[in-house]
Design a binder for this molecule. Sequence first.
Ligand SMILES: [Zn+2]
Length: 145
Amino acid sequence: MGFSLAASWNYKCPKCRQGDVFIKPMDLKNPLNMPERCAYCGQRTEPEIGFYYGAMMVSYGISAWLYLGLVLVLVFYFKWSVNQAMVLLVFLAVITYLPLLRYSRSLWLHFNVRHDPAEENKQKQLKANSPKIGNDWKPNRKQKK
Ligand SMILES: [Zn+2]
């Protein structure tokens, strides 16, 4: 019921929490590659055109507040110079750019798509009852509408 930080962090489908919202493994040339629908429950990963403009706000919000807090602590508590703090900030911004972009998309989808416990149980059952369970197991694609 409700919002799951773990599911959004693990890039799981917000509706059934079984499928992935990003295509695995990550392709560095196309890191935001998402399947059109959740392979389990058929939830669309882009509910409407331009849906992920909202994710840009999430990403901005997280990074702005996180980095502002970090710089304030470094400068005022640890007595770093502003330039030192900026160097660290740029470094952090570069290494967290992709993960943050992906996490923001996942989070945004989780904010906007309601979790469906019945669907989650149904998909878990299908998964558990599949004789071909394993790494090569493919979700039931007939679920697509
Ligand atoms: Zn799903």
